[in-house]
Design a protein around this ligand. Structure first.
Ligand code: GLC
Length: 665
């Protein structure tokens, strides 16, 4: 059962698509109380054994208990354990214990979840303004609650089948030659691949919807050339539009009034990759249609997939921020001068003052640090929502959602019968109807394989099925074994993309020794695509979860509930990737008898029935393990070098004798 409550005057986020009458609020909602004296606060006592699921793209465990989280879409590339906000805001949790209760706080600004952090038995969810919708869902199990939630937020986006292929990316590919080198590297080594991603350097001066003509002298022809090699090029689109006289998108946006504005009506200016930019006001439907329409510039030349970035929106600094910094420097040095008399501060510009100073004082440095993604900047600009001025920080978490919605709505118009690849960095629930997400700038750390795994089911609860992380790690130098182990998880994530940052070690699979190991691991992905894509389509169709915590399938088995390094996949499979360095295997918990399957490097498949309980499984760096549930089977095909080349005549079934499976396409 789903109940909807209205508090104050909520902003219409359009996260929920189901129409429903609001219930009368009588002071309490199931298992908790609501305090409205000081903003909004939901409070509920947790039993010792209650598990708290949800929050989508969030840090830490599958069970969110024992920490605090803040929904505040943030461009932060350091996903360390203490971080409370990442790029998405997914305000849905499930309290699962004696009762199973889902709560969706439809509120697009900062929202704090204290899940047993202040008091280990207390859950509090609070925000500054009591203007929100609260949806309360009761069900017979955590999974039942998640499915009911998915039903009210509308069907998830469906990615094209080619998007289940493998993709290579790197921030630093600049020219068509760079891309051709990558394609050659994969094809010559017979490592399957379907996509190469184009990061910001393909653009002319980082201007959205432009292509640098020197780096790509005949871009339409290049797209076709890649198509002929079965390679889809996937360009990045950033939120900020460069301010530059003569750049049509900038000029049109200014003329039509489609950029976010300051209070005085002037266009807000923020620095991102292109330098000074304006942000398209994607919360305004007209501006959204206008910006979305620009994707056609690229689809017209054959592009059929995009990744939307920097759409929290990320701000390196604003004009106001720079002015404030200037002032801070002048003030600091003046004070220093008057106290110590050893620095001349007879100038009014920070530049002169800094020339006199011996080193950047920490007071000034901390001002510089605060320039980026500063909360003050998010209070400095406004959206035009149906003629009403809405300050950005009130709706901050909706920007990435609506940028991707701009693209999604436009792509549906541009090619109504064609599925296009679309995913975003920032998101809010509701965006799952338009595209997928990737989990942003992780690091080449072993702990981030596990973080990747734990985020997947939480994202599925919130509707995001087409998801994945930067395999091999984005920041810092990777290692061969880390890439291989991470790929062996990536074999199962709908988005399987190897991506890394500028300046890091080369991370394409063919850069490492024993390239055949990479060929094999990625080959396993292609052998499984008919199964994985079927399970993905079924999950969309049935508002089900492609990835689930073990506790969703075995709620009465406490050991299963507490297992956070294995996942259920689709209706037939359990996965248990290796995520530590220098080991030859791992311990796995089987909540019931299953068939242990290992894809061996010689192409053979190892199969062994294992009983319920704990097992140590040996998994070499070049093997891919999975488990098939009792009585089930999955289809496997022969390896193909790209998705189009998969030969369905080679299908055979792996698992328990007598089981049947229906492939969906
Ligand atoms: C951001 C993105 C990253 C991209 C980089 C340059 O950090 O998250 O994926 O490579 O910008 O565009």
């Amino acid at each position: 059962m789903v109940e909807k409550y209205i508090f104050g005057s909520p902003f219409e986020t359009e996260a929920v698509t189901a129409e429903m009458e609001a219930a009368e609020f009588t002071g309490k909602v199931i298992c908790g109380e609501i305090l409205l004296e000081n903003g909004f606060c939901y409070r509920c006592q947790m039993d010792d054994t209650d598990v708290i699921y949800g929050l989508g793209e969030a840090n830490r465990g599958i069970n969110k208990r024992g920490y605090k989280y803040v929904s505040n879409c943030t461009d932060d590339p350091h996903h360390t354990e203490e971080k409370t906000s990442l790029y998405g805001a997914h305000n849905f949790i499930i309290i699962s214990g004696k009762k199973h209760v889902g709560l969706f706080f439809d509120y697009p600004a900062n929202l704090c979840f204290d899940i047993g952090y202040t008091r280990q038995d207390m859950l509090t969810v609070s925000c500054e303004r009591a203007d929100l919708y609260l949806y309360v869902i009761t069900g017979e199990s955590a999974y039942d609650v998640a499915k009911q939630f998915r039903k009210i937020i509308g069907k998830s986006y469906i990615a094209p089948k080619y998007a289940f292929g493998y993709g290579q990316s790197r921030w630093g590919y600049k020219t068509h030659e760079d891309i051709e080198t990558v394609v050659r590297g994969y094809r010559d080594n017979r490592i399957p691949i379907d996509m190469v991603y184009m990061d910001i350097d393909y653009m002319q001066d980082y201007k959205d919807f432009t292509v640098n003509p020197e780096r790509f002298p005949d871009f339409p022809q290049f797209v076709q050339k890649m198509k002929a090699k079965q390679i889809h090029l996937i360009p990045i689109i950033d939120a900020g539009v460069k301010i530059e006289e003569g750049y049509d998108i900038y000029e049109e946006g200014v003329e039509k009034g489609y950029f976010c504005k300051r209070e005085d009506g002037s266009d807000f200016v923020a620095a991102v990759w292109p330098g000074w930019t304006h942000f398209p006001d994607v919360l305004n439907p007209d501006a959204r249609a206008w910006f979305g329409g620009k994707y056609k510039i690229l689809t017209d030349v054959g592009i059929d997939g995009f990744w939307n970035d920097m759409n929290e929106p990320a701000i390196f600094y604003s004009e106001e921020g720079i002015k404030a910094l200037n002032q801070a420097i002048v003030d600091y040095v003046r004070e220093f001068d008057s106290n110590q008399g050893n620095i001349k501060a007879d100038s009014d510009t920070s530049e002169d003052v800094m020339n006199n100073a011996k080193a950047v004082p920490w007071e000034v440095r901390s001002c510089i640090d605060k320039l980026q993604n500063s909360p003050e900047d998010y209070e400095r600009f406004y959206h035009n929502v149906k003629g009403k001025k809405v300050r950005h920080d009130f709706v901050h978490n909706l920007y990435g959602f609506n940028m991707t919605r701009a693209a999604g709505e436009a792509l549906q118009k541009i090619a109504p019968d064609k599925k296009m690849l679309l995913f975003s960095r920032s998101s809010y629930i509701g965006m799952h109807r338009y595209g997928g997400i990737w989990t942003g700038d992780n690091q080449s750390w072993w702990s981030h394989i596990l973080l990747n795994l734990k985020m997947m089911p939480s994202l599925n609860m919130c509707g995001f099925l087409y998801t994945g992380a930067d395999l091999g790690g984005f920041g810092s130098d990777t290692t061969r074994d880390l890439v291989l182990r991470w790929l062996a998880l990536g074999v199962f994530t709908p988005l399987m993309r190897n991506h890394t940052a500028l300046g890091t070690r080369e991370q394409e699979c063919y850069q490492f020794e024993h390239v055949e190991d990479f060929r094999h691991v990625i080959g396993v992905r292609y052998r499984l695509i008919p199964y994985l894509y079927s399970e993905y389509l079924k999950a969309v169709e049935n508002d089900a979860m492609y990835f689930r915590p073990l506790g969703f399938d075995y709620p009465d088995d406490r050991r299963a509930v507490e297992t956070e390094d294995q996942l259920m996949l689709g209706n037939e499979v359990m996965i248990a990737p290796v995520y530590t360095q220098n080991v030859s295997g791992r311990t796995v918990y089987l909540p019931e008898e299953m068939k242990f399957v290992k894809f061996m490097p010689d192409g053979k498949i190892y199969e062994e029935i294992l009983n319920r309980g704990t097992h140590y499984i040996e998994v070499a760096l070049n093997e891919v393990p999975l488990f098939i549930r009792k009585g089930k089977c999955i289809p496997v095909v022969d390896v193909a070098e790209n998705v189009d080349a998969i030969d369905m005549d080679t299908v055979r079934y792996l698992g328990y004798d007598g089981a049947e499976y229906e492939i969906m396409e």
